[in-house]
Structure formats: C-alpha cells, structure tokens
Design a protein around this ligand. Structure first.
Ligand code: ATP
Length: 585
C-alpha cells in the first residue's frame, strides 16, 4: 500500500524526482571520488615530494567538493518540495474522501481515527518519502561504488567489507521484525488517546456534573501509559541500534589499521591507498547505516499507509448518480414509497414500509415515542443514509437520482442536535446561502425568534470587539445557550430558503411561548414550501395539515389533530401524557 500510495501521489512531481536522482547521483559520485584523490595526493604528491601535483590534485578536490556541496543542497531541496507536496495532496485526498462519506462510514471508522489518519499517518508517509528521496540513490551507489573503489585500492583487505556489512544487515532484519507489530500498536494507541481526549473535552460538562473526573483521568492515564510503554519499547530498540552500529564502525576502523598496517609494512599497499580504503569502508558502513535508518522508519510508514489506504479505498454507501436527473417542477413535494431502512448490522428495520406524501405549502408532522424512528426517517430525505428498500422522491424524482448539489439545495435540515461552526453569526447563517444579504439574515433571525439576542450579542473586546451578526460563535456553538443554538440553526436553514424544510425536534429547547411565536412566524416565512416537523410536544404540531403517528418504525395512524384525537388511541395516549385539554382549546 505504501508503494502504491507513493507511486500514485508522486507522479505529478516526477520532474522533481528526476532532478533528485540526477543530483543525488552527482553528489554520491563526487563523494566516492574524494578519497581516491586524497590517496593520490599522499602517494604521488607527498611521498614523492611533487608540490605541483599536490596543488593540481588539491584544486580538483576543491572543485569536486564544491560540486558535491551544491548538488547535495539542491537534491535535498527538490526532495523536500516533492515529499511535502505529496503530503499535502494525501491530506487533501483523505479529507475529500471523508467529506464524501455518509454517516455510515463515519460511524464505521469513528472521528478520532479519521483525524489521526488524515494528519499523523500522512505525516509518517511524508517523512518516509523525504528520507527515501534523500537516500534512495545515495545508499545503493555509495555501497556498491564504495565496495568497488575499496577493492580497487586494496583487494587484499576486501574481506573486511564482506565481514562487516552482513553483520549490519542481520541486525536490520531482526529489528524490522520486532518493530513492525510495535508500530501497529503505537498507531492504535494514538487513536485511542485521541478518542479518550475527544470524548472528555466534548463531554466535559457531564464529566463535571457527575464528578467523573477521577474515572476519566484514570481512563486517560491508561491510554497514555499504553502509548508510553510502546514508545519506550520502540525507543529501547533504537537505543540499542546506535551503539551496535558505532561498535561495528570502530571495529572496522581498528581492523583496517591493524591488518592494513602489516600490509604497508610488507610493502603490499601504499599509505594513501590504505587511507582511501578506510574512508571507503566507512562510507559503505555509513550508507548501510542510512539504509538501516530508512528501513527502520519503513515499518511504521507501511502501517500508516495501510490505514490511509483503508480510508481511500472505502466507497461511500451514498453514491452520486452517474447521470443525475433534474425534476420538472421545483415545488418540493416529498413522497415516501414503501420505504424501509435498517442500520448496518441491525437485525430488524428501524423504518418499516412507510408511505406518505408531504405536499408543498403544507406541514407534515411526525410524532411518536422515543426511538420510534422519527430522526432516522428525516435523515433519509437528504440521504444521510440510503433506504434499504422502497423509494423517496422529491418532485417525482428519486433522491438517489438527484445530484448532491440539487438535493442539498432543495432541503434545509435543522438537526436534532444543533451544531454551529466557529466563525461569526453571519458565517453560520450564510452556510447554505453564501450570497445572503444582511436583510435576508435578519429576516431569518426574526422568524427564528433570534433577533433580540443576536442584536444584544457582543464578543471580544477592544479591537476584537464584534457585535450582532459579526459576533463570534465558537466551534460547536458552545458559547451560546442550547435554545439560542437551536434558534440559530433554524435561522441558518431559513436563510437558505430551500423548498423543503426538515425540523428534527427543533423546538424542544424553546419555551412554550417562543415555540408558538416561532411557528406563527414560520407559517408566513415558509409559505409554499414543504415543511416536515418531528416533534416531541403535541402543542407544536396541533395545526399541522397531516400528522403521522410512528410506532416502532411504522405509521400506525395518520390525520389532522382533530381526526387523530377522535380515532387514534396511540395519539390520544401521547396527548394525555403531555397536555391538558385546556391547553388544547
Ligand atoms: N447510528 C445508528 N446506528 C444504529 N442504530 C441506531 C442509530 N441511530 C439510531 N439508531 C436506532 O434506531 C432507532 C430509531 O432511532 P431514531 O433516532 O430515529 O429515533 P427517534 O424516534 O428520533 O427518537 P428520539 O425521539 O429519541 O429522538 C432507535 O432504536 C435507535 O437506537
């Protein structure tokens, strides 16, 4: 998977990769040439007292060293640019993929791991690519070239090369096999820490309210110690690695001096050649060490690439139509035809053979006990999930034949759990209508009964003071009250002026008077549009044109409030449990 990802994402930067290969080759050749020139200076210049030769060869050495320096700098520059670009593109690919996911895939992975995969895991792949681009040419040329040059200087000592290199390679293989599973565990531990932290930060108020700090701290400490333990085990292996390589390097140097010294004594080799041999042997071992280091970070990158690949290879279960259809009319009629739906892995359907039509200009209300499937039913319309059987049509066209933009343009959803984004009030209101004017926004706020609190709102101080529409909203809308958040979410849907409004239990945090005022204003604002309201409170829906009573995913009764009062036991039970007859009158 690592190779597949790198090959695919590196393709647009092949020019830079070619530049790296050429420049690295030049750097390495220059590095390999320097000891040989040095040997010549010692054997031909110093030994024979030829000063001219020393100057000339010294000059060549200087030029070669300059070439080595310049090519090395540019090679690293191109390598860094290419790998950073690949990292950026990979992050973008993961982000776009996650963006295309339906709620099903998001739930399958979970938010924390998707965040780790799009950030930390991409970082690992980017780093291994950077290392590879830096060493991929240097390591093989330096090792093979170094061996050839060393043998050329003194074939009699070549056995030292054959003895030291395999020792390093064996260490490399052993470390690789121990490290692979540890790196997998490490990524899982990072996921788990992200998960625990995210849950604790999101649920901090509940944690405090229930005095669960100790329990949550223990949970975090557990996750943290697991990560620490794994990191320490990996660190230990790296710690052993350093001295082992250094010992081998020093032993090799001592061996060259010892055995080479005897050979110089016996006039089998010149001092210059022996010096060059020693430098070549060190170059070979350093190259092997770099290769080792490269391989050490490979296992982790392989695991990260696999995790990124899992995201990129997952197709969304909510597919865009290949040839989208455009409805003839834009009235906004919503029709359910024998719709059933089961959550993945569940044995029984949550929505069971539901058929109804929600007409333009009319309000359809859905009421039913907790868990009867009301939210699920609403979420099927904007395709947060796809139906498992039957069809949902908007203006006569099945929703899965509409393009994503047509569908989202037609539907304005106010979710059960209101969510606001960081930015200003205006940014949030313009979410579905980037071109909305201030007037549009105030009108929507008026209808949502939010004008007063937005007008009075101010955030920050001094230069950062922002008021009204420009006042700041924090991520998730945590700096406004539950009821205010709900009203801003309603205003956001209203600002977009869709043909179909879906209110999923959107009035529950409002007091009875605000709820009544809001519904009255809403009737004018949404005139001509299709309105579907899920409600817990019967008083919210008494004026609806049709009310569907849901029980265990089935419509058990339907009609107006009066009709249902007369005919439906289930509806009467709900009414009796909530409101007195006086309130209804
Ligand atoms: N993501 C999910 N995965 C699996 N089951 C789910 C999921 N979401 C909801 N359910 C189950 O589906 C059923 C219907 O849930 P739904 O949220 O649609 O009910 P609801 O009528 O809107 O309830 P409430 O009035 O409490 O909001 C419940 O039994 C619930 O446990």
């Amino acid at each position: 998977m690592l190779w597949k990802l790198i090959r695919h994402y590196l393709r647009p930067y092949s020019g830079q990769v070619v530049a790296v290969v050429v420049l690295q080759t030049l750097t390495t050749l220059a590095t390999l040439y320097l000891p040989s020139l040095n040997a010549d200076i010692i054997d031909e210049g110093v030994a024979l007292g030829d000063t001219d030769y020393i100057w000339r060869t010294g000059g060549v050495m200087l030029v070669v060293a300059l070439v080595q320096l310049v090519t090395a700098v540019f090679a690293v520059w191109f390598g860094a640019r290419a790998s950073m670009s690949v990292g950026r593109d990979l992050r973008k690919a993961v982000y776009s993929k996650v963006d295309s996911f339906s709620s099903e895939e998001i739930a399958k992975f979970g938010a924390p791991t998707l965040i780790t995969r799009g950030t930390n895991d991409v970082q690992q792949v980017q780093m291994v690519l950077l290392m590879t681009l830096n060493f991929v040419v240097m390591v093989p040329i330096m090792s093979v070239g170094g061996i050839v040059m060393a043998i050329r200087e003194d074939p009699g000592l070549s056995w030292l090369v054959w003895a030291s290199v395999p020792v390093l390679l064996v260490i490399l293989v052993i470390l690789m096999t121990i490290l692979m599973p540890l790196f997998q565990k490490m990524q899982d531990a990072i996921d788990s820490i992200n998960g625990v932290m995210r849950e604790q930060i999101m649920g901090i108020r509940v944690v405090r309210a229930f005095r669960r700090e100790r329990y949550e701290t223990d949970r975090f400490t557990d996750a943290n110690s697991t990560l620490t333990d794994i990191s320490v085990r990996i660190g230990r292996l790296f710690v052993i690695m350093g001295p082992l390589v250094t010992i081998i390097l020093h032993l090799a140097t001592v061996a060259v001096l010892w055995f080479g010294g005897h050979r110089v004594d016996q006039n089998l080799v010149d001092v210059g050649s022996l010096t060059a041999f020693m430098q070549y042997l060190l170059q070979i071992l350093v190259a092997v060490m770099m290769g080792t280091f490269m391989f050490m970070i490979f296992p982790r990158a392989i695991i990260c690439a696999r995790r990124i690949g899992e995201v990129l290879d997952t197709d969304t279960s909510v597919l865009e139509p290949t040839s989208p259809r455009v409805p003839d009319s834009t009235d906004g009629a919503v029709e359910f035809r024998n719709v059933s739906f089961s959550y993945p892995g569940a044995d029984s359907p949550v929505i069971d053979e539901i058929s109804f039509t929600a007409r333009p200009g009319k309000t359809t209300a859905i009421i039913g006990s907790t868990g009867s499937g009301k939210s699920t039913l609403i979420n099927l319309i904007p395709r947060l999930y796809d139906t498992t059987a039957g069809e949902i049509l908007i203006d006569g066209v099945p929703v899965n034949s509409l393009s994503r933009s047509t569908l989202t343009g037609a539907v304005g959803l106010v979710p059960q759990r209101p969510y606001l984004f960081s930015g200003s009030v205006a940014d949030n209101l313009r979410f579905g209508a980037p071109g909305a004017t201030e007037e549009d926004m105030w009108e929507a706020l008026d209808t949502a009964q939010a004008t007063e609190f937005v007008k009075d709102r101010s955030t920050g101080s001094g230069d950062a003071l922002a008021t009204g529409l420009e006042s700041a909203v924090s991520q998730g809308g945590t700096n406004v009250s539950g009821g205010q958040r709900q009203r801003l979410c309603i205003a956001r849907a209203l600002t977009a002026r869709p043909r179909i409004y879906l209110f999923d239990d959107s009035f529950s945090a409002l007091d009875v008077t605000t709820d009544a005022n809001l519904r009255a204003a809403l009737n004018n604002y949404t005139e001509g549009a299709t309105v579907i309201i899920v409600a817990q409170r019967v008083s919210t829906i008494t004026e609806a044109d049709q009310i569907l009573v849901l029980e265990e995913g089935r419509i058990v009764d339907r009609g107006t409030h009066e009709e249902l009062l007369a005919s439906s036991d289930t509806y009467r039970e709900i009414v009796d449990s909530q409101i007195s007859q006086e309130e209804l009158a």
